[in-house]
Design a protein around this ligand. Structure first.
Ligand SMILES: [Zn+2]
Length: 167
């Protein structure tokens, strides 16, 4: 009877052990499982291996999840970079700069208009005591121009504060 040449015994055992492992994960076909069972019935070494695999797998699956005794912290990007304190400082300083910049624009627009496109200003202030003060272009510009000078000092001070907060 000319049958298929049987696999050498070593290869049969190797395959059986591979299947033992795959069966634990439910990755064996019905046919493969049948062939495995047949081999385990006649090969004591592979049957022992299969028992050992199952016992080990069952023990591992039944064991409670181990918790590490020490806490492990993975540094976040925030911790590695800027601290919350520094970020807060930077945000507030940026808001201060934006506010100063807005105030400068509010003041500079009428000042620029008086300088560039107003040819004459007429009027007077009459105080409660009856004193009269003439209003001209320079009188209208005086207060906002002084405020602009103070604000131009405030802006670099905020920038300096940011620099100190960083170091
Ligand atoms: Zn075997």
């Amino acid at each position: 009877m000319a049958g298929r040449e049987p696999l050498p015994r070593v290869n049969v055992c190797e395959r059986a052990r591979e299947w033992s492992s795959l069966r634990l994960d439910g990755e064996l076909s019905v046919l493969e499982e049948e062939l495995l069972e047949r081999h385990l019935g006649v090969c004591e070494l592979c049957a022992d291996f299969d028992d050992g695999m199952r016992t080990t797998a069952d023990a591992m699956r039944a064991a409670p999840v181990e918790r590490p005794s020490r806490r492990t912290r993975i540094p976040t990007r925030r911790a590695a970079g800027f601290s919350t304190q520094r970020r807060r400082t930077a945000v507030v300083a940026a808001a201060a700069c934006a506010t100063i910049s807005f105030a400068q624009r509010v003041l500079s627009t009428p000042v620029r208009r008086l300088r560039r496109s107003v040819s004459s200003v007429r009027g007077e202030l009459v105080t409660a005591e009856g004193a009269r003060e003439p209003i001209d272009s320079s009188a209208l510009r005086a207060a906002p121009e002084r405020a602009l000078r103070w604000l131009s000092v405030a802006m670099p001070l905020v920038a300096l504060a940011m620099l100190f907060a960083r170091s």
